[in-house]
Design a protein around this ligand. Sequence first.
Ligand code: 6LW
Length: 522
Amino acid sequence: MSGVANPILPGCYPDPSICRVGADYYLVTSTFEYLPGLPVWHSTDLVSWDLTGHVVTRAGQLDFGGIASSGGLYAPTIRHHDGCFWVVCTLVDSNDASRGGNFLMTATDPAGPWSDPVWLDADGIDPSLFFDEDGRIWVHGTRLAREPRWHHQTEVWLREFDPAAGALVGPEHILWNGAMLGVVWAEAPHLYRVDGTYYLLAAEGGTEFHHAVCVARSASVTGPYEGNRSNPIMTHRHLGRGVDVVATGHADLVQAADGSWWAVLLATRPYGGYHYNLGRETFLVPVVWEDGWPVFAPGEGRVSARVEVPFARPFPSPADAGQHPGLVQPSDPRWTSLRRPASEFAVANGNGWRLRVRPETLADAATPAFLGVRQQHRDVDVQAVLRASLRPGEEMGVVVRQSEDDHVRLALSTGTDGALLVRAIHRRSGVEEVLGEADAGLRAGAPVRLGLRVRGQDYALTVAAGDTEQVVATADGRTLDSVATGGFLGLWFGVYATGNGVASTTQVDIERFEYRPLNPSR
Ligand code: 6LW
């Protein structure tokens, strides 16, 4: 017997979708404005997961230009059929509803390359795919109800997909508005056929505290669907806000090769008050069937900290330091940029990166010279060694990022005397406040070590000259998570360089970037 600690993917990995191909499992999650988009995780036992590739990798595959933070790629579904992997997803631009929409991408190798998008004539979000045994292909998703009976009522729709035409065909069927009368956001629909019966799994209640998973079934794929009297079959909302895991929802089912059933779902882990800086993470629960209905986490009724997976290989403990080497090298798949590939402004350089200073700033819904990784642990030390000869007005540094409007950065810039100034700046709801300044005696062109010492909700911003490290300011993490700011994201740690609106030829060397969790399992 071997088990896995929940969450199986810590940090901002929301809206998981999973499929199995023989002995291999593939899982995708949402990535919003970050690129590469839609990570494809691979496992052979549901316990140990490797990042095998991404669905969205190329400039021109999708246009993210101007899409504000927490827009972009929402809730993908991954399925495999006839030797081909299919992902359906939504590109969301909350400032321009006419842009983006639902699309399909395919690949023969889940590591990529994935195709360009085939746009689907369907509005709303959370598309999913169902391949029926008779060869018909069904796309379903959710959208605000055309004729709502209550605020934020959504409807789950279904249409057939014609692969030859690459288009939705035939009539549309409305399958579901949620299990509870008056419920908001029936979403994340996924259809399955089990023992000849069609099952519709769907979340409801909204992706925060009231999140829940419900199920309905029908003798026909087009319905009518009858809700389970046990709905919701998974939620933590009745446990209150004081528990370790809240907001369980957005689930997808998979049957293992041994016949057992499992669900991946999203949830959050608040700490330091009702704040979840790591964002919505991916969890695993066992599923059994009773009386023709799925039962999530039987005997417990909630997500547990550890899940036994009978067929899993013994897995090295996450405390094994080897799993968390501090140095994040350029080849590390955790690196992400914003809206366009990093290759447009960065090249690998030894253990780090060389960034070209761009005029865009972290406050722009654009592509600043920014590279970052998710915050995946509560207590973590991040260190970056930067070196550049900045011109007046230019800036480089490290950042804790939620969005354009909400981030904290430790910024280096050049003063008139050529000395480097260090300022900790909190951009909160779009307004900047200097939290602290330091004169660390740094000279332009010399390497500078900037750090983030994160202990729970205290984010200390540090600068070191030689061996002497000083704290420039400590930011309050409770102002940065999505409970405080809105949106769908957890936090990112990154490095950046900007000309603050002015084009430049300056280059910034990120000589190294380290991410060291104090406790790798938390
Ligand atoms: C996603 C929706 C949701 O489209 O949040 O939890 C939205 N669920 O299904 C963005 O992640």
